[in-house]
Design a protein around this ligand. Structure first.
Ligand SMILES: Cc1cc2nc3c(=O)[nH]c(=O)nc-3n(C[C@H](O)[C@H](O)[C@H](O)COP(=O)(O)OP(=O)(O)OC[C@H]3O[C@@H](n4cnc5c(N)ncnc54)[C@H](O)[C@@H]3O)c2cc1C
Length: 500
């Protein structure tokens, strides 16, 4: 395996060359590195990562209780069995990723504290020139690569999204965004208000409830949750039968994916029945007298936003115990003592937590150019949510929202490796997706149909994202069940791929 890039020294400095350069060492970047070593042996590659360690999301977020909201049989890679309870803490996920790195000798390919700042394609050389800033020395380092594999996720890691509310500065206590959790935040016996109702709020609240005086989830509108035991029955049964873990992983994944597909279809075909299923599970924890209509019944159809899984109903148990409560109202302004709501009620707090989401970052804040022209991804059309018209030798991993992100990491990796091997065999040095004659009158639509999926950070950042067409080739349809068959069948000689 060729690990070292070739080093070229010229008057303008030193440049290292790799066949493939990966941006990021989160679950996507580490997956990409694994698949390159196994499916494209002999390919030289490097992964550049801003942070001091691998893990991405799971090392950035350090708030109490941080855990997955989907199961690890499918959030884990298809090639490494997950052998513990399905909903896992960040620490468990990092341990699993660390094992993948160690077992496959991937650390020699990863360079930490390297932030990619610029990526410039030259058609003359058929190369990307990548510039990165080293976090330890501040030095700018330069690479060239034939193929750029963007695994930088979808949001800015340096800061979360906090809306501007009136008089925030008047509040006397700390205002904390979960993405920047201070290690020394003392919340013992404190009154806390968590603004938000998504997966982060639902994870934080039961964790905080253990030690604080009281925690209030303040939401403008409710969210759907799924709840149940933190276990997968079929995995437990197979384990009792002493079935090999590899088989358990595969069978459990198939069962989970089959059930998820059936549920997703139900949300489209029988939305009222799907809604009833979700709400009756909440009622089973909170009882008939709890105001589920106000606090847990969203106005939208299930699955228009991600549905977090609440293991063992811990959020609802916190509410039932009286240590946590939910207020559904709007913020008028902050006060010295807390938050004044539009209803006129004041919520007093010692600490306010803004679990209000992310800042979308479509391109890792990298300055892109193609042949000297600045590249705006919003001017491109996406090929299956991973390549872009007019942008050569580049793939972006954007996972699933309704299913685990990582399912798409594996699928995209199979595609990239097949494409790289095809180019090697045919001697092609460049591949650029292009609209075919039959695609030219196709309507160009936003990246995601808001009627289908519409979380806040996507809506706020949609104008930055590539366009989508109305044919399967030109969209990210968020449908693993379809893509698991469509991706392996992609014809590398399809006219969407223009080779050079
Ligand atoms: C708290 C939380 C819980 C979640 N739970 C789930 C879940 O249970 N299931 C699920 O499917 N999804 C979940 N998600 C979504 C989650 O982000 C993805 O599933 C997944 O972790 C994304 O992995 P990634 O490697 O693509 O991106 P990230 O995890 O975002 O990692 C990207 C990496 O790239 C690095 N990077 C970015 N830009 C640059 C640059 N310019 N130069 C160098 N490095 C760069 C970053 O530092 C980071 O380490 C969750 C998200 C959050 C925030």
């Amino acid at each position: 395996m060729n690990v070292q890039g070739q080093v070229h020294t010229t008057a303008s400095g030193t440049t290292e060359h790799f066949d493939v350069l990966i941006a990021g060492a989160g679950i996507s970047g580490v997956g990409a590195a694994y698949h390159l070593t196994t499916q494209c042996p002999g390919t030289s590659f490097v992964a550049l990562e801003t942070q001091k360690t691998f893990g991405g999301t799971w090392s950035t977020h350090r708030y109490p209780g941080i855990r997955s909201d989907s199961d690890l049989h499918t959030f884990g890679y298809r090639f490494k069995p997950w052998t513990s309870a399905p909903i896992a803490s960040a620490a468990e996920i990092l341990k699993y990723m660390g094992e993948v790195i160690e077992e496959n000798d991937l650390s020699r390919h990863i360079r930490y504290q390297h932030t990619i700042t610029a990526a410039k394609w030259s058609s003359e050389q058929n190369l990307w020139t990548i510039e990165a800033t080293r976090g330890d020395t501040g030095e700018t380092v330069r690479f060239t690569t034939n193929f750029f594999w963007m695994c930088q996720g979808y949001y800015r890691h340096t800061e979360g999204y906090t809306p501007e509310w009136k008089d925030m500065a008047r509040f006397k206590g700390p205002i904390v965004h979960p993405q920047k959790w201070p290690d020394d935040l003392d919340y013992n016996n404190k009154r806390i208000v968590v603004i938000g109702s998504g997966a982060t709020a639902a994870t934080l609240i039961p964790a905080l409830a253990k030690d604080c005086a009281h925690v209030t989830m303040l939401q403008r509108s409710p969210t759907y949750f799924r709840t149940g035991r933190n276990a997968i029955e079929i995995a437990e049964q197979l384990r009792l039968l002493q079935v090999d873990e590899k088989w358990i992983h595969e069978i459990t994944r198939r069962k989970i994916l089959f059930d998820q597909d059936a549920f997703t279809r139900k949300t489209f075909e029988e939305p009222e029945a799907a809604k009833k299923d979700l709400l009756s599970a909440v009622e089973a924890y909170l009882g008939k007298d709890y105001d589920i209509a106000t606090h847990f019944t969203p106005k939208y159809r299930p699955w228009r936003q991600r549905i977090a899984f609440i293991p063992d109903g811990d959020l609802f148990q916190g509410i039932k115990s009286g240590k946590a409560s939910v207020v559904t109202d709007e913020i008028d302004r902050f006060t010295e003592k807390g938050i004044l709501l539009k209803s006129g009620r004041e919520l007093e707090a010692d600490i306010i937590i803004t679990a209000t989401g992310f800042n979308l970052s479509a391109n890792g804040d990298i300055e892109f150019a193609v042949d000297g022209k600045p590249l705006d991804f919003a001017d491109t059309v996406t090929y299956r949510g991973m390549m872009f018209t007019g942008v050569p030798n580049l793939v972006w991993v954007f996972g699933y929202f309704r299913a685990s992100w990582t399912l798409r990491v594996d699928l995209v990796a199979d595609f990239v490796c097949k494409l790289l091997n095809h180019m090697k065999q045919t001697g092609a040095r460049k591949v650029t997706p292009a609209l075919r004659p039959e695609d030219h009158n196709m309507p160009l639509l936003p990246w995601i149909d808001p009627e289908n999926f519409n979380p806040g950070y996507m809506m706020r950042g949609m104008h930055l994202l590539p366009k989508r067409g109305d044919k399967p080739e030109w969209q990210h349809n968020q449908d693993y069940w379809a893509e698991k068959d469509e991706f392996p069948a992609i014809d590398m000689n399809d006219h969407v791929f223009v080779y050079g």
